[in-house]
Design a binder for this molecule. Structure first.
Ligand code: ATP
Ligand code: MG
Length: 367
């Protein structure tokens, strides 16, 4: 079907009570920024009764990249007359003929329209049925001809493309996201972005070869930030250790504590950066028990380091769920590129008490 406009639907935003208008305007701004960033021409963008309409557009943008969008439909906007709708419906016959079954679904936003939804469905359904001989299936149609009676015009469409839902980018505020070059942390960053967070990325560099990957991950995440740049800080991990990483790694006393020390120092530094950036807390890709050092005891130790809230949205995920999401958002292929990474000790401490840890920290000279 030809289209000249796009209907954008949003889910949870419409539940937001008095705050609703703030969320709606933010989503509208996000959509506008996204379209301009993609150099896509459109004539207008309107916010009306639980929907956003993009008018005068001829290229289909990937609006599933705009967070807060629940679904969208490329639609044909027409004059608000049943006679016009009947004529336009005939043009949809080739697509209906190709389908195994169909139904017409009408939604009347303008309750004053002279025909109600069921009447419109019946009238248009009969036209499509007699012209195509394709059976009607109300329960599980192969094709659905959607009609929306808006306040000023009628829209007809076939496809409802799903978005990620959530909230518009940045509306919740800022968090510092600890991002490694692995699979998990880009996904945890994305999940918080989906709740309206603007992330400031922070990477502790272990090898120079990871830097390229980090910029690629940043670019991938920027596909979801509606044309806004995402900041990336890169700090040498060796600087966290005051240049003494190798020395401590090689020292029998500190060797098995190196992971927990490293995480603690990362979180402490991240806290400093969060304060500079005026961010409300941290994001990590931590996942309970995924690696030997991700125990409740260890998490307890290093999550105290920043004295800020730490959000770890993957904490209860199965690895496969994270991988599936990483594939869906496009970070997976970047994350699995060859990486130097870190070489943990053969047997890192899996459960350090805070008192033992404090002693080790003091003795390391890194306190
Ligand atoms: P990922 O796949 O994100 O690397 P992981 O399963 O390998 O996670 P860890 O290496 O134990 O888990 O790291 C847990 C979390 O600590 C990461 O998800 C990330 O938020 C943070 N982190 C780990 N390494 C770094 C790093 N070099 N720079 C910044 N943050 C890091
Ligand atoms: Mg890692």
């Amino acid at each position: 079907m030809n289209f000249n406009s796009i209907i954008v639907r949003y889910g949870e935003i419409s539940l937001k009570g008095k705050n609703r208008i703030r969320f709606e305007l933010s989503l509208k701004n996000s959509l506008e920024r996204f379209l301009r960033d993609q150099h896509l021409q459109f004539s207008d963008i309107l916010l009306k009764k639980g929907r956003i309409y993009i008018k005068g557009i001829s290229t289909l943008p990937q609006l599933d990249k705009v967070l807060g969008v629940y679904s969208y439909s490329p639609a044909l906007e027409m004059e608000k007359k049943l006679s016009v709708l009947k004529k336009e419906a005939l043009k949809a016959l080739p697509e209906i003929k190709n389908a195994n079954s169909f139904r017409v679904s009408c939604q009347r936003i303008d309750k004053g329209f002279q025909y109600n939804s069921m009447e419109v469905e019946k009238i248009i359904g009969e036209i499509l049925l007699s012209g195509s001989r394709t059976p009607v299936n109300l329960e599980h149609p192969d094709r659905e001809y959607g009609v929306e009676i808006g306040e000023d015009c009628i829209y007809a469409f076939f496809d409802k493309i799903k978005g990620f839902g959530g909230f518009p980018y940045g509306i919740s505020g800022k968090l510092v996201s600890l991002i490694s070059s692995g699979i998990d942390s880009p996904v945890s960053t994305f999940l918080m972005m989906k709740r309206g967070v603007e992330p400031v990325l922070l990477h502790f560099k272990i090898s120079e070869s990871d830097v390229g990957k980090l910029f690629k991950l940043k670019e991938k995440l920027e596909e979801f930030s509606s044309g806004k740049a995402i900041k990336l800080h890169i700090i040498d991990r060796n600087d966290l250790f005051k240049g003494r990483f190798r020395e401590l790694f090689g020292d029998q006393k500190f060797h098995s504590y190196i992971c927990i020390l490293c995480k603690f120092l990362m979180h402490r530094k991240a806290g400093e950066i969060a304060r500079e950036e005026k961010a409300w807390g941290l994001i990590t890709g931590d996942n309970l028990a995924q690696v030997a050092s991700q125990t409740l005891k260890n998490l307890y130790v290093y999550q105290t380091a920043s004295r800020l809230p730490v959000y770890s949205p993957l904490i209860g995920f199965e690895k496969q769920e994270t991988i599936d999401l990483a594939r869906k958002i496009g970070t997976y292929d970047i994350s699995i590129l060859k990486s130097q990474g870190c070489t943990p000790p053969a047997a890192p401490k899996t459960g350090v008490s805070i008192s033992v840890f404090k002693k080790i920290l003091a003795e390391s000279g890194l306190e």
